[in-house]
Design a protein around this ligand. Structure first.
Ligand code: AP5
Length: 215
């Protein structure tokens, strides 16, 4: 079962991905996390992606597609995966269909988490992430038990470099121009299920899980 989580920056894709992946026993593949891991390890790919990420732009399709293809071809994705942040352009969506066909699979369902821009800005401004386990918090909506400390492993939480106000605005603009066409792309294929992302984290999870079970 391959699921694509679609939605603007800050919609809650990463938050929901952790819940859905656990529920269905799927591997969580986040293109943003893969780039950040490369950045941390100072690989050539990480160095290339850094400039694009800091500017809030998309990393070029050929580089992104090659990275995700390599990840999806590993054995833990053989029976399915939850894709978060990929695809983000029609070229990436076509490439994904080709990759999955090679694995004998296809996209099962595309939950689209819809959230208006003003809410996104507030969410990203208050986001804190665990650098160790990747768990995502919000200082107001989903705070850790102790401010600045991960509930799961006690690591000191960090804020992402690309969550600065001007970069967030650019990321939202880029999403509207380059990723929104995927809403129609997957709607035409009968795979899109729109979910109201302004509800609480628990309610959004419930709606997404119901959509996947039906899909
Ligand atoms: P990426 O890491 O994918 O970032 P993004 O898509 O911009 O999404 P985010 O991770 O910022 O947000 P999210 O939707 O996961 O929200 P979250 O759950 O954290 O990409 C980063 C960069 O990498 C890109 O800009 C690009 O440069 C590059 N890149 C990545 N993929 C690429 C691709 N395919 N092609 C090219 N380039 C690519 O939630 C946000 C906050 O809200 C949290 O604090 C959370 O606690 C809170 N929250 C979540 N849900 C709720 C709720 N229901 N109510 C209240 N608060 C909530």
């Amino acid at each position: 079962m391959y699921i694509v989580l679609l939605g603007p920056p800050g919609a809650g894709k990463g938050t929901q991905a952790q819940i859905i992946a656990r529920e269905f026993g799927l591997t969580h593949v986040s293109s943003g996390d893969l780039f950040r891991e490369n950045l941390k390890n100072q690989t050539e790919l990480g160095k290339l992606a850094q400039g694009y990420m800091n500017r809030g732009e998309l990393v070029p399709d050929d580089v992104t597609i090659a990275m995700v293809k390599e990840r999806i071809s590993r054995s833990d994705c053989a029976n399915g995966a939850l894709l978060d942040g990929f695809p983000r352009t029609p070229a990436q969506a076509d490439a994904l269909a080709g990759m999955l066909a090679e694995l004998g699979g296809k996209v099962h369902c595309v939950p689209y988490i819809s959230v208006p821009a003003e809410v996104l800005i507030e969410r990203l401004g208050g986001r804190w992430t665990c650098p160790q386990c990747g768990r995502v918090y919000h200082e107001k909506y989903n705070p850790p038990r102790t401010a600045g400390v991960c509930d799961d492993d006690g690591a000191t939480l960090i804020q992402r470099d690309d969550d600065k106000a001007e970069t967030v605005e650019r990321r939202i603009r880029v999403y509207m121009e380059q990723t929104m066409p995927l809403i129609e792309y997957y709607r035409r294929q009968g795979l899109l299920v729109e979910v109201d992302g302004t509800k609480s984290i628990e309610e959004v999870s419930r709606d997404i899980l119901a959509a996947i079970r039906k899909g």
